[in-house]
Design a protein around this ligand. Structure first.
Ligand code: IMP
Length: 420
């Protein structure tokens, strides 16, 4: 399909990087549509493992890649990643495009993200502390600094002076932190500007032309559906729109131009940070899933909380994204278990049961999972097909959601993806 969105169907970390990497092979342009260096993608190519946060995964395939207006960009992280990829022998010249309308993560955003989390104490959100929330907040308040400002030192100075004057009051008086010096910040950014300027592009026009010419465009989201600012488990969410429609908003194309939405879901569920998590695994099995799945944050190294597959939450993801097919990743992790609980309904505080994700946060916070237990396949997932029992697990998911599972991940490397 010419325009495909790849969207995380859970709380992020579904293994989107690997699926994007696979589909990027047949794409002409890969576009990242929201978030910033809070998203961590791990891509294994032969002996090499790439952990990238800011650049779109397509770059590893040598594909033209774009960062949309809906993203926030930490200039030092972006430049650092491009340099590292180049140092490891990947060619990136002419492949990186960054929307001039994307916002920059400034040093005070990082300082404020950490300070706010500390201040919240046990009510903290568990952010990645990369300055994501404060950068999006400034975008909405309209005192943000944008990528295109890097091309105009005079405007850049004005914007930095305006922001520093306000941020320093917060930093010093509210959080008891060191203030920033506008000149120092400007000097650092002007250094970064020299590198980033050639990458600045009209990414709406880029995508429009590509689609018009019949080229294949892949949109990759960071995080996942349940971390969406509007539709996720607020306030334990990120500050942007990971859902599929976010791709159209970020790249400035009409929503009808998106042909296909591929939802990526793990065969179980993980969550980092705080917030309710109905299918969270009780007892030792949680640590076992974490070890087998290597569920530690790419960006923060934090332990991820692990749960059994939650079909109520996945049904919600199918709805809000308009998912047309699913990729079920890391099925091999479940090989170690002889019984596989799957959450099929939630029991609400009033005793009723539902297959639909609760619209009210209190219902979600207090619901209990209703599990159906499926048999495990007692063996490794090797070779080109799935054992019958594993196939039944996949078909159970398809029937419950009314969406085909197109891809199944059976191991970490690039080759271990089965097409069904
Ligand atoms: P922020 O995006 O750093 O503001 O963090 C807000 C919430 O989103 C926290 O619960 C984070 O743990 C979560 N989050 C952000 N990025 C990711 C990701 O790539 N994977 C999983 N969770 C994430």
């Amino acid at each position: 399909m010419p325009a495909t969105v790849i969207v995380g169907a859970q709380w992020g970390d579904e293994g989107k990087g690997k699926i994007v990497d696979l589909l990027a092979r047949d794409s002409d342009l890969v576009c990242r549509y929201q978030g910033g260096p809070n998203a961590g993608h791990t891509i294994v190519v032969g002996e090499e493992t790439y952990k990238i946060r800011q650049v779109p995964s397509g770059i590893i395939r040598g594909k033209p890649s774009a960062i949309g207006a809906g993203c926030v960009v930490d200039p030092a992280v972006l430049i650092g990643e491009i340099d590292e990829l180049e140092a490891r022998g990947l060619e990136t010249e002419g492949l990186v495009h960054v929307s001039g309308n994307a916002h920059l993560i400034m040093p005070w955003h990082v300082a404020l993200d950490g300070a706010r989390e500390r201040r919240l104490g046990r009510l903290q959100i568990g952010t990645t502390r990369r300055g994501i929330g404060p950068a999006y907040a400034d975008k909405a308040t309209r005192i943000g600094v944008r990528v295109q400002d890097l091309a105009d030192p005079k405007i850049l100075r004005e914007k930095i002076e305006l922001a520093v004057a306000e941020k320093n009051v917060w930093l010093e008086r509210v959080y008891d932190l060191e203030p920033f010096d506008a000149d120092e910040v400007l000097d650092t950014l002007l250094d970064h500007a020299a590198r980033i300027r050639p990458w600045i592009a009209d990414t709406s026009l880029l995508v429009d032309r590509a689609l018009h010419d019949g080229r294949r465009v892949l949109f990759e989201g960071g995080q996942g559906t349940l971390l969406d600012l509007d539709h996720g488990t607020y306030p334990f969410v990120t500050s942007s729109s990971p859902i599929a429609a976010g791709a159209a908003v970020s790249f400035g194309i009409g929503p009808a131009r998106i042909d296909d939405v591929l939802g990526v879901a793990k065969s179980y569920v993980t969550r980092v940070g705080e917030g309710p998590f109905p299918s969270e695994i009780e007892g030792e099995a949680q640590a076992r899933v974490r070890e087998l799945g290597q569920e530690f944050g790419t960006v923060t190294g934090r332990e991820r909380r692990c749960g059994w597959l939650d079909l109520v939450a996945l049904r919600f993801a199918v709805r809000v994204n308009g998912i047309t097919s699913l990729a079920l990743t890391k099925l091999d992790v479940l090989s170690a278990f002889s019984e596989l609980p799957v959450c099929v309904r939630y029991r609400l505080p009033d005793g009723t049961e539902t297959e639909e994700f609760p619209a009210h946060q209190s219902d979600f916070h207090h619901c209990k999972p209703v599990f159906e237990t499926l048999p495990g396949w007692n063996g490794e997932l090797a070779g080109d097909g799935l054992p019958a029992v594993a196939r039944e697990y996949v078909e159970f998911v398809e029937r419950a959601l009314g969406v085909p599972v197109a891809l199944v991940g059976t191991g970490a490397s690039r080759e271990r993806v089965l097409t069904l």
